[in-house]
Design a protein around this ligand. Structure first.
Ligand code: XBP
Ligand code: MG
Length: 257
């Protein structure tokens, strides 16, 4: 039975990557006089590395004028990431990044029905604290039973740890929950934790292979790939159907018989 929906943040609740995180990284590079700039396509390639600091280290390994010494690289990644966080907070603090289509409508319908909401994200608490008041209002913490972030799960997606921590915080089993994600790493993290997953294609992962997802659609208001469910848009009855179908598939796949 569906008792909780566990939401990814970046790319799922809001399109934060291109005009938020990416711009914040570039402002941090400029502020630190680093000769680097991530354009939209470069950032899309780097997004395959979950975690902003890990993404920086992956970039530094190939970047011009990067330090040779690994310790110096680690220090530089930490410094840049701290500056970037401040720029990201400034950006989202302007309220310019809106919730993706259907996110507010579905989250309110779930709350009215007593379905628990939780967050399982690779980003840090500071970024969630900066963004969520602009998406869900000042009392957003009343709406979410758990917010599991980078500080709570050291192993980044596609590792399942963030979803396992979310289930523990919710005191629920994996068959009680449905994840909503935007990326292959997020889908694989949910599936590895035993949680079935709805994918709403984000701008950076619009053409990815989401095999294993219980359902894939453009967004919660445009469930165009949902013809087999006869859905016009995603609502609570649709989520229940997707969850039931996802559970049946996961259970049959895991049945040794
Ligand atoms: C997406 C990520 C994060 C953000 C950047 O998180 O991989 O790393 O890109 O945020 P989600 P940080 O799991 O919500 O899709 O710089 O704080 O890592
Ligand atoms: Mg995401």
């Amino acid at each position: 039975m569906l008792r909780a929906v566990i939401w990814d943040v970046d790319g799922t609740l809001a399109e934060t990557e291109c005009d938020g995180h990416r711009v914040a990284f570039n402002r941090a590079f400029a502020e630190l006089d680093l000769p680097w700039h991530w354009d939209v396509s470069t950032y899309g390639r780097l997004l395959r590395v979950a975690g902003g600091r890990e993404r920086l280290l992956a970039w530094i390994d190939t970047a011009p004028s990067a330090p040779q010494d690994q310790m110096a690289r680690e220090r530089l990644a930490s410094t840049v990431h701290q500056h970037k966080a401040r720029h990201y907070h400034d950006l989202v603090g302007q309220g310019l990044i809106a919730a993706r289509p259907g996110v507010i409508r579905v989250s309110e319908e779930l709350a009215r029905a007593g379905i628990a909401l939780a967050v399982a994200t690779t980003t840090g608490h500071g970024n969630v604290d900066a963004l969520f008041p602009h998406l869900f209002g000042a009392r957003w913490r009343d709406r979410f039973a758990a917010a599991v972030c980078a500080e709570d799960a050291a192993r980044k997606k596609p590792d399942p740890q963030v979803y396992q921590v979310a289930l523990a915080r919710l005191n629920l089993g994996e068959d009680d929950a449905l994840a909503i994600e935007d990326s292959p790493a997020g889908l694989h993290a949910a599936l590895a934790s035993g949680v079935c997953c709805l994918v709403t294609r984000g701008s950076y992962f619009a053409h990815e292979d989401f095999s294993g997802a219980s359902h894939v659609c453009a967004d919660l208001d445009h469930a165009s790939e949902a013809s087999e469910h006869g859905l016009a848009r995603i609502d609570l009855p649709a989520l229940r159907r997707i969850h039931a179908g996802g559970r049946a598939k996961l259970d049959s796949d895991s049945d040794p018989g």
